[in-house]
Design a protein around this ligand. Structure first.
Ligand SMILES: *Cc1c(COP(=O)(O)O)cnc(C)c1O
Length: 395
């Protein structure tokens, strides 16, 4: 295959060339350990400091509130497990939503086995939590609220400011998994009352295996990885200097051109939503039309299997997703699509297309034609569709 149409940017993004260039020196000439005293080491230390500053500034945070991790999953695990353990004196109750990423949901299940109580609040048909539900779920022994900034499958953006207010009023820590939002939406941790925030490099054109956890100053949260004194003794292990330098560059690029980039991508998104919605019968757009990530398109097509559609698109070099990458391979429909109330058979016929600014209208046209053809073919083979058409013709 010589050419791909890449429409799976929520799974991962192509590392920007500027990011790769920013990383290379820390593999080659500046390979020193950042903890060393000599100049070779201090060059690494300086690179880490610089990235920490860029990231802190992007969130309206202090550099000492940024802790580098090996990605979004680690940051989520750390935030939840350490907040739970650190809050033990006050209670063992945590509130989260039903549509979190598995990095949060499976960590919650782990905590449940260790005697913590978790309330999983519902979302409405667009995938947004109801603030009333959140208020009702709050108890005297609630120690943490963890609600994602924006959903990786349907792109829905949560009312983060209001959630932060509820957490603050009740003296509860607020964690948000901002992996899909960071670098794509403006985030101010002060204005939004966020205490803990997870992000990941490879979702914003940065490298894989690097991310960070923002921990508000004064928040008592245990270290997660024990060992050396790196990351103020809270996350031990020799720093991934090339990764950190790359993440810093990715953040710098993202925040210097955020509005312009988002505007461009959003136009492509709206074009795709319009064309699919108008030209393919028996489909529905999942998620909120307005409160939505600029790059997210998610449709369900009746009478087809999303997996079959993916394979047919792949034969044309189109990379898309039927749910989140982590759940493909399992036969259960996406927990997010079930949580917004889709019946199993509709959830099974879903397709997620997530864009970058590198996509072109021509690529999207080609994709729409490919989806039309594939959906048509799959419906021809579907006994359900046949029955449906027969019934329609009788009326
Ligand atoms: C990708 C993703 C993660 C996991 O991040 P990794 O860096 O891949 O471990 C967590 N949460 C959300 C919402 C994601 O999209």
């Amino acid at each position: 295959m010589d050419k791909f149409i890449y429409l799976d940017n929520a799974a991962t993004t192509r590392t920007a060339p500027e990011v790769v260039n920013a990383m290379i020196p820390y593999f080659s000439e500046h390979y020193g350990n950042a903890s060393s005293i000599y100049r070779l080491g201090t060059e690494s230390k300086r690179a880490i400091m610089q990235s920490r500053e860029v990231i802190a500034k992007s969130l309206n945070a202090d550099p000492l509130e940024i802790y580098f991790t090996a990605g979004g999953t680690e940051a989520d695990n750390w935030a939840l497990i350490a907040a739970a353990e650190s809050g033990e004196g006050r209670g063992r109750h945590i509130i989260t939503s039903k549509i979190e990423h598995h990095a949060v949901l499976h960590t919650c299940q782990y905590l449940e086995k260790r005697g913590y109580e978790i309330t999983y609040i519902d979302v409405d048909e667009k995938g947004i939590i109801r603030l009333e539900d959140l208020k009702k779920a709050v108890r005297k022994d609630t120690i943490l609220i963890s609600v994602m900034f924006a959903n990786n499958e349907i792109g829905t953006i949560q009312p983060i400011k209001q959630i932060g207010e509820i957490a603050k009023e009740n003296g509860i820590l607020f964690h948000t998994d901002a992996v899909q939002a960071y670098g794509h939406l403006a985030i101010d941790v002060e204005e939004l009352n966020i205490d803990l925030l997870s992000a990941s490099g490879h979702k914003l054109y940065g490298p894989k295996g690097i991310g960070f956890l923002y921990i508000r100053k004064g928040v008592k949260i245990r270290s997660f990885i024990h060992g050396g004194a790196q990351e103020r003794k809270r996350r031990a292990g020799t720093e991934n200097v090339p990764g950190i330098a790359g993440l810093g560059m990715a953040a710098k690029l993202a925040f210097s051109q955020m509005e312009e980039r988002a505007g461009k991508i959003q136009k492509l998104r709206d074009y795709l939503i319009e064309r699919i919605g108008n030209e393919i019968p028996y489909c529905r757009l999942n998620g909120d039309r307005e409160r939505r990530l600029p790059n997210n398109v998610n449709f369900s097509f009746q009478f087809i299997e999303g997996e079959s559609l993916l394979i047919m698109l792949d034969m044309k070099g189109i990379c898309a997703s039927s749910g989140s990458a982590c759940t493909s391979g399992s036969l259960d429909p996406s927990h997010v699509l079930l949580a917004i109330g889709l019946p199993h058979e509709i959830a099974h016929g879903s397709l997620r297309l997530t864009l970058s600014e590198e996509n072109t209208i021509e690529e999207l046209d080609e994709t729409v034609e490919a989806i039309k053809e594939a959906v048509g073919k799959l419906r021809q083979m579907s006994p359900l569709y046949e029955d449906f058409i027969k019934k329609q013709n009788k009326i």
